[in-house]
Structures are given as structure tokens and as C-alpha cells.
Design a protein around this ligand. Structure first.
Ligand code: NAD
Ligand code: G6P
Ligand code: MN
Length: 433
């Protein structure tokens, strides 16, 4: 039987993960699941953990859900470790979003100033987890969801030297589910090729039957209703002339970069009304845990669909299933480039379509990017590398450099002022700068 360990098990997303494993039990025979959290998350862990056990009991499969605050006890002999923790919990995210907005800038908790700080808080913790894994479960795979997912995966593979790691995101899953429908086809009718970085990836689509490219058809359909956009991102319309001029489609997160003025205006309104995404999520989370407490509940409630991470378990459980059964299934993952994107370092961690086997991810060529796409991707990769360097060495100059090149930060003295304020606000979770 398979032993799964989930770090950040007290997350309100955990029921989705359980549902994903229950659906796949016939090919992925799990024996035990360990949900790991910290003292600050103990209450959440107990509530969602009890629901997780009820879900398994209702399924009829004999799986034991263990709840623990002792990560090392849990990691012993694990086969797969999944990570979905948030250092500082939602209060830290509120700061990630609100402090930049108080300076008139978009915070963006995964790749703006907020995302850079999420990385600064998280890198030291993931490095400790890898140390524990080296000792306690040296053969395990790490399936990472913790954001910024691409940067954390880069930290694990390149900085900590743990090769058996795959980074995931639910955005590609949502794209592949919804884009066929947007052009009058069914899920599964299209082939997709993805290339880029986490929350900064591009893709092309092809009709499976005819082989014909339908990328521009989807771009036009996006103007009517972009059904592939995520619940957490304001659904502003991209500029059609730009999309038709590009040789690929952007992801939902590109709205922050290509539609900055509109997105900032909306976010500043939310900021004034205390309705930033983090604050909205706090409310939904509270309602979710009220539902989870009900001993009669033994399935994932629909309300969880209000979270941006909807369908994340399809990525997680399918990837684990593909490794375990050596299926070769194509998934979109953060992994070593190996030449799939010719415009980036072969060793860089990128988000690409890849074949998943028991050896891990084999990336599929995306080919050359046109200059306007290439330039943005290279800039964002440079930003990622720079802030990771800052995180692992407590290097203030590197943090400032990353702020100065991140497109979501206004540059100049204002960038340094923002950096300084966020360093103070996050002190408790940071190495010494
Ligand atoms: P959350 O605030 O509920 O945090 C989840 C749990 O992590 C909490 O119970 C918390 O106590 C725990 N935690 C914090 N520090 C920990 C540590 N050092 N060790 C173990 N547990 C710790 O967060 P959430 O909204 O459920 O999201 C969880 C994480 O998953 C976030 O990083 C989020 O960005 C990420 N996420 C990623 C995707 C994706 O597409 N990659 C989708 C959804 C969520
Ligand atoms: C998307 C992203 C995740 C992110 C989530 C935020 O699904 O892929 O990486 O964590 O949105 O959703 P939330 O409900 O927390 O705002
Ligand atoms: Mn994501």
C-alpha cells in the first residue's frame, strides 16, 4: 500500500484531495494518509482531518487518516509527500496583498511583491522539509502545490538538490477543461501544448481529429466569455489584437501584466472596501470550516468551488497515479526544462506539458517563443532566480534587485520603500536580512 503525507493538511482544500484519491483508489491503493500541520493550524487540522476520515469511511475503502503536528513522525517511509502549506496563514496573505496596494501597486500573492514575499517566507521551510526527507524517506516523490509553486519547485530541485519533485498548478487543468467548450467542442477534443513559467505560462491548442491549430479561435471566444479564468482573478478582457498577434495564448494570471491599469483600479477599489482576495477567502474559509464541523457531512461541499484552486486534486492525484503506474500520461507540470523551451536555461524550472512516468516528468518541446513573449518569460525567470537567491542567503541587495525588475512593482525609491515595509511586516517568518 501507498503512504501519502500532506504537509499543510489543515488546508480547507484537503477534502478535494481526499475526493481525488478516493476516485482513483482502484489504480492507486493508498494504505494511509498523514495530514501534517503546525500548532497555529491545529484546530483546522482536527476539523478537516475528521471530515477526511469520514469521506474514506463512506467510500468503503480501508484507509486511515493520521493527524499530526510532528512532521518527522509523518515523513518516515513516505512514498509521496504533497505540500499545500501557507507560512503565516491567511493573515500573511492579507499583508502580501494590502501593503503593496497601500503603495498603489498590485500585490499578487503568487508573482507580484506578495508572491516574492511568500517565497521569502516559504523557502526556509521547504529547505527544512527536504532535509527531513533526505533522512526519513529518501525515495519519496515531492508533489508541490505550495505557492509560488514554480519558484518553490526551483528551490527544491536546484538549490536543495532534490530531483524527485514535481510542481503543480490547477490553472492548466481549468484551461484544458473549459477551452474546448468555449469553441463548441467537448473536453478531450483538443490537444494542448504548454510552455512558460508557473502563473506565467502560454499554450497552443489543436483539434485532435484534424490536427488543425485552434489557438486563434479560442482567442476570439475569450472575448465573449473566458470560461477558463479562475475564481480568484477578475475576469477582464484581454486585447484581441494582441492575442491574435501572439502565436500562443496567455494564462489568467497574465491579466496582471497585460491589463495592469484595469486590474490595479479594481484591486484598489477592493482594498478600500476590505474586499481584497485574501479577505474574501478568509470569509469563505470560515464558512467552509463551519460546514466541515457537521458530523453528518461525508463529502466535499460545493462551496469549496469558490476557491481559486478548484480541480487542483486532478493535477495532484493524476500525477501521483501516473508515477505510481508508469502511465506516461501528459500533464502540465513545473519541472527541469531540458531544452523544451529553447529560450531558457536547460536547467531552469519551467511549467510545460510533460509525459509522466515512474522516472518523473519528460518535458515536451514547446519550441521558440516570439520576441515579445520570450522577453517577458526571460524577465520573470530572472526575477524568480533573484528572489530565491535573496531568500536563501538573506541578501537584501538581491531582494531589492528582484523588486526592481518585477513588472508589478513600480520602480525607484518607491520599490525600496515597499520592500522595507514588507520586510518589517514579515520579520517573524524571515531569515536575517
Ligand atoms: P492555508 O492558509 O489554509 O494553509 C494551509 C495550512 O498550512 C494551514 O492549516 C497552516 O496551518 C499550514 N501551515 C503553515 N505553515 C506550515 C508549516 N510550516 N508546516 C506545515 N503546515 C503549515 O492555505 P490554503 O489557502 O489552503 O493554501 C495552501 C497552499 O496551497 C498555499 O501555499 C496556496 O498558495 C497553495 N495552493 C496552490 C495551488 C496551485 O495551483 N499550485 C492551488 C491552491 C492552493
Ligand atoms: C489559482 C492558482 C493557485 C492559487 C489559487 C488562489 O487556482 O492556481 O495557485 O493558490 O488560485 O485561490 P484563492 O481562492 O486562494 O484565492
Ligand atoms: Mn496555481
Amino acid at each position: 500500500g501507498v503512504k501519502i503525507v500532506t504537509i499543510g493538511g489543515g488546508s480547507s482544500y484537503t477534502p478535494e484531495l481526499m475526493q481525488g484519491f478516493i476516485k482513483r483508489y482502484n489504480t492507486l491503493p493508498i494504505r494511509e494518509i498523514w495530514l501534517v500541520d503546525i500548532p497555529d493550524g491545529k484546530k483546522k487540522l482536527e476539523i478537516v482531518g475528521a471530515l477526511a476520515q469520514r469521506m474514506w469511511d463512506a467510500s468503503g475503502y480501508d484507509v486511515k487518516v493520521h493527524l499530526t503536528l510532528d512532521r518527522r513522525e509523518a515523513l518516515k517511509d513516505a512514498d509521496f509527500v504533497t505540500t499545500q502549506f501557507r507560512v503565516g496563514l491567511l493573515n500573511a496573505r492579507i499583508k502580501d496583498e494590502r501593503i503593496p496596494l497601500s503603495h498603489g501597486m498590485i500585490g499578487q500573492e503568487t508573482n507580484g511583491a506578495g508572491g516574492m514575499f511568500k517565497l521569502l517566507r516559504t523557502a526556509p521551510v521547504i529547505a527544512q522539509i527536504i532535509q527531513d526527507m533526505k533522512e526519513l524517506c529518501p525515495n519519496a516523490w515531492l508533489i508541490n502545490f505550495t505557492n509560488p509553486s514554480g519558484m518553490i519547485t526551483e528551490t527544491v530541485i536546484r538549490q536543495c538538490g532534490w530531483k524527485k519533485c514535481i510542481g503543480l498548478c490547477n490553472v492548466p487543468v481549468n484551461i484544458m477543461k473549459n477551452e474546448p467548450v468555449m469553441i463548441g467542442k467537448k473536453e478531450g477534443d483538443l490537444d494542448f501544448v504548454f510552455g512558460g513559467l508557473n502563473h506565467f505560462h502560454f499554450h497552443r491548442a489543436y483539434d485532435k481529429k484534424t490536427g488543425q491549430e485552434v489557438t486563434h479561435e479560442i482567442a476570439r471566444a475569450m472575448m465573449k466569455d473566458d470560461k477558463s479564468n479562475m475564481a480568484n482573478i477578475q475576469n477582464e478582457k484581454f486585447l484581441l489584437d494582441q492575442l491574435l498577434s501572439m502565436d500562443c495564448l496567455p494564462c489568467g494570471y497574465h491579466r496582471y501584466y497585460y491589463l495592469t491599469s484595469q486590474m490595479r483600479k479594481k484591486e484598489l477599489e477592493d482594498y478600500a472596501e476590505h474586499k481584497t482576495r485574501a479577505e474574501m477567502v478568509k470569509e469563505v474559509e470560515h464558512q467552509l470550516f463551519e460546514l466541515y464541523k457537521d458530523p453528518a457531512l461525508h463529502e466535499m461541499p460545493e462551496l469549496l468551488g469558490k476557491r481559486g484552486g478548484k480541480y487542483y486534486s486532478d493535477a495532484a492525484c493524476e500525477t501521483i497515479n501516473a508515477i505510481y503506474n508508469d502511465t506516461g500520461r501528459v500533464m502540465v507540470v513545473s519541472t527541469e526544462n531540458k531544452g523544451a523551451l529553447v529560450d531558457l536555461d536547460p536547467q531552469a524550472i519551467v511549467e510545460v506539458s510533460a509525459r509522466i512516468t515512474r522516472h518523473g516528468a519528460e518535458p515536451i518541446a514547446f519550441g521558440r517563443m516570439e520576441p515579445a513573449v520570450r522577453g517577458m518569460v526571460q524577465l520573470m525567470k530572472a526575477m524568480e532566480e533573484t528572489i530565491i537567491d535573496a531568500a536563501l542567503h538573506g541578501d537584501y541587495g538581491k531582494a531589492l534587485e528582484a523588486f526592481q525588475i518585477n513588472p508589478l512593482v513600480d520602480h525607484g525609491q518607491c520599490a525600496q520603500d515597499l520592500l522595507n515595509e514588507m520586510l518589517v511586516a514579515n520579520e517573524k517568518y524571515l531569515p536575517k536580512f
